[in-house]
Write a protein that binds this ligand. Structure first.
Ligand code: ADP
Ligand code: DP6
Ligand code: CO
Length: 329
């Protein structure tokens, strides 16, 4: 039995950008995906979360960015804390105080950093001493993408087939990691209309292309890992861009159809292609929201930043490097 700590525990987790996307659950409750995915953790975007179990409280409380959260995010966090409480054999409610250094629910992976930080802080506060694989499995239960944010650099979420076998692991040190930059372009900070959870569910259940996505992802993942191994940035960028577009094709082919893109998203995509045509090696990837991430190398950062600062303003252009794994503060 775990020893419950009454002291608050704080953890920091960084967001990650998926290069091979996770888009669809085989098991909605345990969050087992149909496909494996691969991501890069980013140093510029993160969540700090403090958890304190308090037996004198009657319910859980969630505060995000100094505001008491609405019912839906609280419900999601409470369900997650129930998993931790069951594991630790405790039943105290908790206060969760979280700060997102990333826009919430805007397609910049706040759920990834949020549930990775919550998994680390809550499990430690509950007296559990989990390994990184166990922590990744736990974070997965809050948000699939969170299982990858336990690790720094490149992380691969191997889909597995059940709770025990579905978790992320770091990719071994790669030369490509040293030189890579992710230029994050923000065109919208507000919450999206269709959450990632709803969007992928709709895609799995109604897109006729879903079975093809599952097959294609396997090949894309193998090819991307090869490009990383061979330090081939052009191939790395090309596969990442293709895989992102293949994911977004699932939203366009769902019933009812939907898209996370807006007009600016398309403008940016075209500009990246134009830059590439002019000899700047850069590629785009887009998660479930209109914001775009441009993949490039150190040498082309200035050119990419210049181009997009003119279009969007400097404050909407952030240069990220590979970020670290989970940290206790
Ligand atoms: P995103 O693209 O930001 O990951 P999602 O739709 O996947 O968007 O997830 C957004 C949801 O994640 C929010 O509606 C909320 O339920 C949850 N979330 C985000 N940040 C936090 C946080 N700091 N603490 C707890 N839950 C959070
Ligand atoms: C497009 O992990 O946010 O960012 O598991 O339902 O919480 P839930 O979904 P989430 O989905 C992420 C979707 C994505 C691709 C990715 O990060 O792999
Ligand atoms: Co998310």
């Amino acid at each position: 039995m775990a020893t419950l700590s009454n002291n608050p525990v704080t953890a920091r987790a960084h967001t990650n950008i998926a290069l091979i996307k996770y888009w669809g659950k085989k098991d909605d409750t345990l969050i087992i995906p149909y496909t494996s995915s691969l991501s890069l953790t980013l140093d510029q975007f993160y969540t700090d979360t403090t958890v304190q179990f308090d037996a004198s409280r009657s319910t859980d409380q969630l505060i995000i960015d100094n505001q008491i959260s609405s019912e839906q995010p609280l419900h999601r966090v409470s369900n997650f804390l129930d998993i931790v409480r069951r594991k630790a054999q405790i039943n105290s409610p908790a206060i969760v105080n979280s700060h997102n250094h990333v826009p919430t629910a805007a397609g910049l992976a706040s759920s990834a950093s949020a549930f990775a930080a919550l998994a680390a802080a809550a499990s430690k506060a509950a007296g559990l001493n989990l390994t990184l694989s166990e922590l990744s499995r736990l974070a997965r239960r809050g948000s699939g993408s969170a299982c990858r944010s336990i690790f720094g650099g490149f992380a691969e979420w191997q889909r597995g087939e059940d709770d025990l076998t579905s978790y992320a692991m770091p990719l071994k040190a790669a030369a490509l990691l040293e030189d890579i930059r992710v230029v994050a372009l923000t065109v919208e900070r507000g919450p999206k209309a269709i959450s990632s959870r709803q969007g992928m569910h709709l895609s799995v259940t109604t897109s006729p292309y879903y079975p093809t996505w599952v097959k294609t992802c396997q090949t894309d993942l193998t090819q991307l890992k090869l490009a990383i191994e061979k330090n081939n940035f052009a191939k790395f960028g090309k596969i990442s861009e293709l895989n992102a577009m293949r994911m977004h094709a699932l939203t366009l082919s769902a019933d009812p159809d939907f898209t996370y893109f807006n007009g600016q998203t398309l403008t940016i995509m075209n500009l990246v292609k134009q830059l590439r045509h002019n000899g700047v090696a850069c590629y785009y990837t887009i998660d479930a929201g209109p914001n775009v991430k441009v993949l490039c190398q150190k040498a082309s950062v200035a050119k990419v930043v210049d181009t997009f600062s003119q279009l969007l303003g400097k404050q909407n252009v952030i240069v990220a490097k590979p970020g670290p794994g989970i940290q206790y503060l």
